[in-house]
Design a protein around this ligand. Structure first.
Ligand SMILES: [Zn+2]
Length: 349
């Protein structure tokens, strides 16, 4: 050894060897890290190329990128998305993602891109984006919820249920969401007979996490007898529109006559004759119609619209998930008086 390395016995030489080794390791780590980051960046870009930005031209492709553009362009993309201009919004998000190098800086923009795809109805694209985010940030709660919405809309109930596992680990309370998804799964189940579904639905009425309105609505389509027998007087105001639009042939007069509220609803509707004692529902619009009827007029009807308790938006049709903010069990039924128009056979079922 002494012949090969004459200064081997010199302690300074040993220190030099150690320093060289440390330098080699440090440089290798740096090069490997850079290559890995570049590969990740390229993978994401390749993935986003699948979305073919040419579909959504906004003439910004040639615009030189500056980091100062990130904030204003993000806000502009969000504004487009809120106005329903999804293609312009998507195009801006893709432009930003293409030009931002660090994945952590892209996370928020990817979230917004995924949400915009979701709102625009590109469910598979939304799923891909959300999975990309979760691949890198599996604890992203908002994305986990959004992914669940995508699977719900795709009727992939088991996958939707799977999104609850990480949410539970992250200590999110998912009891109502789990009930919501399981009810979707039950109602979609083609293997079960109607009788089996009815039995399962009846059992769910005992579970506070299941939305009463949804269960009763399903029962009215499957078994009128069970549905009428499952009506809970203190929850009638949450299903008043369903009851209002029931065809007269679907009424159960025995049950109706045992409840003052039900009597008032169908007296107002004109399906039953005036009673000796005028029933009161304590639902303002219903009681007003009855009062007007007593004056001999019969030209007032009810119209319903539906509000979301969470985002306060209103919609003309009923929903199980708010179309705007995707909240569950947030529906508020609002009945208003309107002039009666001729209509036949309209039902919510
Ligand atoms: Zn809402």
């Amino acid at each position: 050894m002494d012949n090969i390395l004459p200064a081997y016995n010199d302690p300074l030489f040993s220190i030099l060897v150690i320093i060289i080794l440390i330098l080699i390791v440090a440089i290798s780590s740096f090069v490997m890290g850079s290559l890995k980051e570049k590969k990740k960046h390229n993978t994401l870009n390749d993935f986003l190329k699948e979305f073919n930005r040419k579909e959504h031209l906004l003439e910004i492709e040639e615009m030189p990128f500056e980091p100062t553009l990130i904030k204003p362009l993000s806000l502009l993309a969000e504004a487009f998305s809120n106005q329903g201009e999804y293609q312009k919004s998507i195009n801006l998000y893709l432009y930003l993602i293409e030009h931002i190098n660090d994945f952590s800086d892209k996370e928020k923009i990817l979230e917004q891109l995924g949400s915009t795809y979701l709102k625009a109805g590109f469910l598979k694209r939304a799923e891909s984006i959300f999975l990309q985010i979760l691949h890198k940030y599996p604890r992203n709660i908002k994305t986990l919820y959004n992914l669940g919405v995508v699977y719900e809309l795709l009727h992939e109930h088991d996958k939707a249920l799977n999104t609850l596992i990480p949410l539970n680990i992250l200590e999110e309370d998912t009891s109502s969401l789990e009930a919501h998804i399981k009810l979707n799964k039950l109602l979609d189940n083609k293997q079960l007979s109607n009788e089996e579904k009815v039995q399962k639905l009846k059992a769910l009425l005992e579970n506070e996490h299941y939305a009463y309105r949804r269960v009763i609505q399903a029962l009215f389509t499957l078994d009128l007898e069970v549905a009428w027998n499952s009506i809970q007087p203190n929850k009638i105001d949450s299903i008043v529109d369903i009851l209002w639009f029931l065809p007269s042939s679907n009424l159960n007069l025995d049950i109706i006559s045992s409840s003052e509220t039900l009597l008032a609803i169908y007296l107002a509707k004109g399906y039953i004759k005036a009673q000796e004692r005028t029933p009161k529902s304590n639902i303002f619009a219903i009681d007003t119609i009855i009062s007007v009827k007593q004056t001999g007029s019969d030209n007032i009807d009810l119209v319903f619209n539906y509000g979301c308790r969470k985002c306060k938006q209103h919609f003309p049709i009923s929903f199980t998930r708010c179309p705007k903010c995707y909240a569950i069990d947030s529906i508020q039924i609002k009945e208003t008086l309107a002039e009666k128009k001729e209509q036949t056979g309209y039902s919510l079922l």
